[in-house]
Structures are given as C-alpha cells and as structure tokens.
Design a protein around this ligand. Structure first.
Ligand code: NAP
Ligand code: ZN
Length: 354
C-alpha cells in the first residue's frame, strides 16, 4: 500500500478538505497514474453531498482524470511508464455479462465499479481523481492522442465528453438531423461541440441569456431561451433528437412537444429530485420516446477521445487549484462556470510537500 494525498468530503454537510488514504501497489494488470488534471463534474457535487442517497464516506470525487503513467504491472501490454493516460467514471466491471461482452460496461448486469463511491451494488469504497495518483486495471485506462499542451482541457472528455457522445452516436446524430442540447454547462457545452462535429443542425436551449454568444461560438446554429414560451413554440414538432443535461428538476413537456413524430428526448442530467411526470399525450400522439443514457463503454470512450482529437475538440475550461474546490461547487450550483472547472493537481502536490 502507498500513501496518497487527496481532498475528501467526510459527510454530506462538510466541505472537502485534505485527507490521506492508502492506494494498492500496482498488481500484474494495473497501471499507476500520477494525476496531472481532474475535471469537476456536477456528479462529484451530487455525490459529495449525498444527493443520490448512496454516498460512502470519506468521499474522494473526480472521474475526469488525466495524467502520466508512473508504474505498470508485469502483464500490462498497452501502457508504459511515461505515457499520457486517462481514467473516466469506471475502474472495473464483471467483464462477462452480456453488456460487458458487448463493450457496454456501464450497463454491467453485475454493476460496474465507479472510479469513486465503489461498486454500484455495494462493496468497498473507491477513491477518485481529487488525488495525486490512482491505480487502475489496464482495461479501464484510456489512451490520450491529443497534444500534451491540451491535456487539462482533455480531462472533461472522460465524463462530459463520453456522456454526450454516446447518446448522440446511439441516436444517430449527423447531417440532416435537427438536434437540441438542453443546458450549457460541462456536459452541455461538450454536447454542442460534438453534435456540431457530427454534422447535425444544433440548437442550444439555455436558461441563461448571457450564454447566447457562447452557444453560437461553440457550434450551435440557433440558441433558444427555454424560459421564453414564444421562442420555444417556434420549434414545435421539429426535432429529431434532444439531449437534456440539466442538473435540476424541471418540466419536460415543453421539450417533448418540440420533437417531431418518432423523435427522442434523452435525459443524462441526474437531479437530486425527480422531474414531474410528463403528459402522456405528449408521447402517444406522435410516438415520441423519452429515454436515458449513462456515460459510455470503454471502447466507445476511446472512440470518442480519438474523434475529439481528430476534430480538435477539447473542453472550455477554468483551471483551478484544489484549494478552490468548495467555492467552485458553489459557483457550479449557480451555473457560473465556463464551462468546466479543471483542477491542476500541482496545487495538491505543493500542499502535500509543504
Ligand atoms: P453543470 O455544469 O452544472 O451544468 C448543468 C446546466 O444545467 C447548467 O449550466 C444550466 O445551464 C442548467 N441548469 C442548472 N440548473 C437549472 C435549472 N434549475 N433549470 C434549468 N436549467 C438548469 O453540470 P454537468 O456537470 O454538466 O452535469 C449535468 C448533470 O448530468 C448532473 O446532474 C450530473 O450528475 C449528470 N451527469 C450524468 C451522467 C450520465 O451518465 N447520465 C454523467 C455525468 C453527469 P444553462 O445555464 O444553460 O441553463
Ligand atoms: Zn461526471
């Protein structure tokens, strides 16, 4: 075991603060990564504050991890010391159920193991990327093909990137498709960039008038202020697909009624409190679908990273020191981040050394 310096929440009501834990030494199939940057996902906040009522404490969030390989086990084939590497939301799964066999480990029938907060169906805790180092099975480590100078801005691809890429790809976004992205936060801004790169006609829905210019710059062809009923009504029955990334409960009917026949509204936002149930007539009269989607499998995460490298897509980030994390959470709650906080882990190493 080796001591690792982290930031952790000790309960739902305490601020994140320094915490030292033990990581395992790399086994035969493990890769050890010295973490350089870690993105701050709204799921980190939901978890640290036990908003999904399943948090194991101490909780060390962080599942948008990039860094440099510092050790590999004897059976590791695809990584060597010095390589850049990424880790997303999963560090293990059963590897033999039908979903795992199809490379959809996020839907592992026996429950995948989260990068933090442990196995889905209970078990020992795991500790995420707000730390100096992590040890992960080779099968759950990703290759980074972006230039090294972009590394901090690549980190959010590991969750925000794959969580939007996977449904956009599954529901066949592309040329000729009208696609809505709801919410311009960490996930939403990646959704706009990726859907535009896939060739779709992208419409951004935001509650923040001040984000209009950014929406257009990031790749949306149109921006709709979702609180304005008139602007919404102008798009009735016109969308093939809408991806909803909003982190708080809200009424889904105004978005369902914008779908054309056979269109789909997919939820990726996972709010603490449930959305009110939509009107059934909004679904049955046009055979519309309401769906959900969870991150993406490892193979697809690598595909997304390579797609983003090819299309020169990274996240728009605000780099922060880890000592700023509690303020960053408060700002994220106010939708005041453009568009992802990313922790520079040099700040944690400096604190550890002091
Ligand atoms: P974020 O950066 O905080 O962005 C959320 C955006 O939602 C905000 O920027 C805001 O956009 C909009 N919003 C917030 N409160 C709202 C409200 N009351 N009404 C309407 N719009 C509101 O969060 P994120 O990191 O992108 O994560 C978004 C959600 O996805 C979280 O619930 C997170 O846990 C979840 N998530 C799910 C998965 C998955 O696999 N399904 C993976 C990662 C994250 P505007 O200012 O543009 O309105
Ligand atoms: Zn996330």
């Amino acid at each position: 075991m080796s001591k690792t310096y982290t930031y952790a929440a000790q309960s739902a009501t305490e601020k994140l603060a320094p915490f030292t834990l033990e990581r395992r030494e790399p086994g035969a199939n493990d890769v050890q990564i010295d973490i350089l940057h870690c993105g701050v996902c709204h799921s980190d906040l939901h978890t640290a504050r036990n908003e999904w009522a399943n948090t194991l404490y101490p909780s060390v969030p962080g599942h948008e991890i990039v860094g440099r390989v510092s050790a590999v086990g004897s059976d590791v084939k695809n990584f060597k010391v010095g390589d850049l590497a990424g880790v997303g939301c999963m560090v293990d799964s059963c590897q033999h159920c039908p979903s795992c066999a199809e490379g959809e480990e996020q839907y592992c029938e026996n429950g995948f193991t989260g990068t933090y907060n442990g196995p889905m169906f209970g078990g020992e805790n795991t500790y995420g990327g707000y730390s100096t180092r992590i040890v992960v099975k080779e099968n759950f480590v990703l290759h980074i093909s972006h230039a090294e100078k972009d590394l901090a801005a690549v980190a959010p691809l590991l969750c925000a990137g794959i969580t939007t890429y996977s449904p956009l790809s599954h529901w066949k976004t592309g040329p000729g498709k009208k696609v809505g992205i709801v919410g311009l936060g960490g996930l939403g801004h990646m959704g706009v960039k990726i859907a535009a790169a896939m060739g779709a006609h992208v419409v951004l829905f935001t509650t923040s008038e001040s984000k209009r210019e950014d929406g257009l710059r990031l790749g949306a062809k149109e921006v709709v202020i979702s609180k304005d009923a008139e602007q919404m009504a102008a798009h009735t029955n016109s969308f093939d697909f809408i991806l909803n990334t909003v982190a708080a409960k809200h009424d889904l009917d105004p978005f369902l009624s914008l779908l054309k026949r056979d269109g789909t509204l997919t939820l990726v936002g996972a709010p603490e409190h449930p959305h009110p149930s939509p009107t059934v007539f909004n679904l049955i009269l046009k055979r519309r679908s309401l769906a959900g989607s969870l991150i993406g499998g490892i193979r697809e995460t690598q595909e997304m990273l390579d797609f983003c490298a090819k299309h020169k897509i990274v996240s728009d980030i605000e780099p922060i020191d880890i000592q700023y994390i509690n303020e960053a959470y408060e700002r994220m709650l106010k939708s005041d981040v453009k568009y992802r906080f990313v922790i520079d882990m040099a700040s944690l190493r400096k604190e550890e050394a002091a």
